[in-house]
Design a protein around this ligand. Sequence first.
Ligand code: ZN
Length: 250
Amino acid sequence: MRLALVTDIHANLEALSAVLDDVEAEGVDRIVVLGDIVGYGADPGPCVEAVADLVDKGAVALLGNHDQAAFLGPKGMSETAATAIRWTIPKLGDDHIRFLKSLPLAHHEGDALFVHASAHHPESWPYVMEASDAAASFASTDARVIVSGHTHVPALFHTIAGALSTGKMLSFRPVADKAVPLSPIRRYHAVIGAVGQPRDGDSRACWGLYDLDGNEITWRRVPYDVEAAARKIEHSGLPERLAARLFTGR
Ligand code: ZN
């Protein structure tokens, strides 16, 4: 079973299209969308429709905090994120909102758990940036492998599984397009980078290729038409900074 892990699309249709082309060329068994379909970018409606279409064809899609804010309002968000959500809400129709409201917080497959943010209180959207964040996530589930998005920064945290565990957490910064083997005696928290708004200094869209039988994950990077996505943001009335950051991946 090979899964495509797609997260933090953030209404960037150009990035999503490039990623889906790459996923199709790779030929996976299922797509798992880890949330944040909307927010920040200029194409929320078309991106929701594209994901709904994937779900119709057998994909799994999860709720992200920006998706939730599209129907609950931007409580507790940063000023830029809140501004983008206030811009997004009137762009969405009843069908888009109904789809976003239908999304679950988590998905299990084999010994893996998929969430937008963390296994630790996924509904509160904690960030898994450091070893202590990953430890809290591991403590909240028996799943051997946890897969999330949310930070927009690719990362892999791991620790020894079961009774042998000393609690020592190691972290690893994945290299683009290089498969990372997963040991059966370790637990992993894999943070997949963003499709539509990378923040690790690489402007290319990111998606994850998870081979459950081969026990490896590859963080794929795909170039896309950043110029076109940025121009749409500039012409939309969204904060200009949201266009500029796409070029630097910050
Ligand atoms: Zn996000």
